[in-house]
Structures are given as structure tokens and as C-alpha cells.
Design a protein around this ligand. Structure first.
Ligand SMILES: CC(C)(COP(=O)(O)OP(=O)(O)OC[C@H]1O[C@@H](n2cnc3c(N)ncnc32)[C@H](O)[C@@H]1OP(=O)(O)O)[C@@H](O)C(=O)NCCC(=O)NCCS
Length: 184
């Protein structure tokens, strides 16, 4: 429905479950996303259903990311914790298979998600949190316009080490400025 140069964002379907389960329990993916515990097919099915419910309340908008050319399922991105009075939200993103990372899909999906947030939800600020040990993700976020605004120390314990959590954000004016520059 929402398209970039490389990806299309759409609603999740139950038919995505098989593809999701191919990678969802891989440590290389989950260690960047929070608690590393296995999830069953049933839990992921409930998660898909919860994305429909959350969207209907306007609380959170989860999208499946597809390759625009092949239609292959690549991962997800989410605009969550939407607070209409403050006009803020938080984003997260994951390209599930290692071999699909580093090909520009994440950057393109983030650009489409920001456009959705600012141009369709009328948000004022979009923030995110990322482990300091994830330079690939930080590089993508900086590329699309996010600024580092702080670091919280030792928020998570991942693979035997405490990791710091970097807070980043982008304001609507900054995003519109960037868009203007890109269009020139
Ligand atoms: C983070 C993630 C979403 C990025 O998506 P992606 O499709 O891999 O990213 P892209 O290919 O669009 O861009 C990757 C960029 O990171 C850069 N990069 C890669 N490794 C890097 C490193 N070690 N240090 C700095 N930059 C790095 C690449 O050079 C590239 O930038 P460029 O296009 O300017 O060359 C994806 O890698 C992913 O899902 N990882 C696992 C889950 C995750 O970390 N999610 C985010 C949690 S906050």
C-alpha cells in the first residue's frame, strides 16, 4: 500500500506466519530486538492478530515489508506508542534474514514509515531506541534523519554483556527540510 523505491509496506496476514517462523527465533535477529526467548507459532499468530487490534485503536501501526519487485516477505516495521495529544510515536524495524540486510531495504522502509507518520498521522516527533552495539541500525537511522539525543547505560543484558541504549528522534520540521533537500 505504501511504497518506496525497494519496498512495499502492507498489513500483516495470517498467511505470513510460515515466513515469519523461518527466522523469528534466530538469535542474530532477536538479540537486537529485546528479550531473547523463543516464540511459538501460536504466539506469533496472536501477535499478528494484535497488530490488527492495535491499528483499529490507533495505538500502533505494524507493517509487513515486502520486496517491491518480487513480493518476497522481508520483515516488519512498526510505528508504536502513538500519543495523539503530544503527536509522538516510536518506531522499530527488522529485516529478518541476514542475507537481505545491507541491501537498502531497511533504509527505504524507514523512509516510507516516516512519511506515513508525518504525512498521514500528522505526528510531530518520532523517536526510537537502539542498542549502542548495533552500528548498522544507527547508520540507517542517521541516514534517514534521526539525531542521537542521549544514551542510557546498561539497560539490557545481551549475550553476557550489559549494553547501552541510544535514544534517537526526528521532528516534523527536520523531516520536511530533509525532504525538500532530497527533492532539489
Ligand atoms: C538494522 C536493519 C533494519 C537495517 O536494515 P538494512 O536493510 O540492513 O539496512 P540498509 O541496507 O538500508 O543500510 C545499512 C547501512 O548500514 C551500514 N552499515 C553496515 N554495517 C555497518 C557498521 N558495522 N557500521 C556502520 N555502518 C554500517 C551500511 O553501509 C549501510 O549504509 P549505506 O547504504 O550508506 O552503505 C537490519 O539490518 C536489521 O533488521 N537488523 C537486525 C534487527 C535490528 O537490528 N533491528 C533494529 C533494532 S533497533
Amino acid at each position: 500500500m505504501f511504497e518506496g523505491k525497494k519496498v512495499r509496506l502492507r498489513s500483516f496476514e495470517l498467511s505470513d506466519l510460515e515466513k515469519i517462523m523461518e527466522d523469528w527465533n534466530e538469535i542474530n535477529l532477536r538479540r537486537e530486538l529485546g528479550p531473547v526467548v523463543p516464540h511459538s507459532r501460536k504466539e506469533r499468530e496472536e501477535w499478528i492478530r494484535s497488530t490488527w487490534q492495535d491499528r483499529s485503536t490507533g495505538r500502533s501501526f505494524a507493517f509487513a515489508i515486502d520486496d517491491i519487485k518480487t513480493g518476497a516477505f522481508l520483515g516488519h516495521c512498526i510505528l508504536a506508542s502513538v500519543r495523539p495529544i503530544n503527536r509522538t510515536a516510536k518506531v522499530s524495524i527488522a529485516i529478518y534474514k541476514v542475507e537481505n540486510r545491507g541491501k537498502g531495504y531497511g533504509t527505504d522502509a524507514m523512509r516510507v514509515l516516516l512519511k506515513f507518520g508525518f504525512d498521514y498521522l500528522n505526528l510531530h516527533r518520532i523517536g526510537l531506541n537502539v542498542f549502542e552495539t548495533n552500528p548498522q541500525a544507527i547508520s540507517v537511522y542517521e541516514k534517514v534523519g534521526f539525531t542521537k539525543v542521549g544514551v542510557m547505560r546498561h539497560t539490557d543484558f545481551v549475550e553476557g554483556q550489559y549494553v547501552n541504549d541510544v535514544a534517537m528522534d526526528i521532528l516534523e520540521d527536520e523531516w520536511r527540510e530533509l525532504k525538500k533537500k532530497e527533492e532539489k
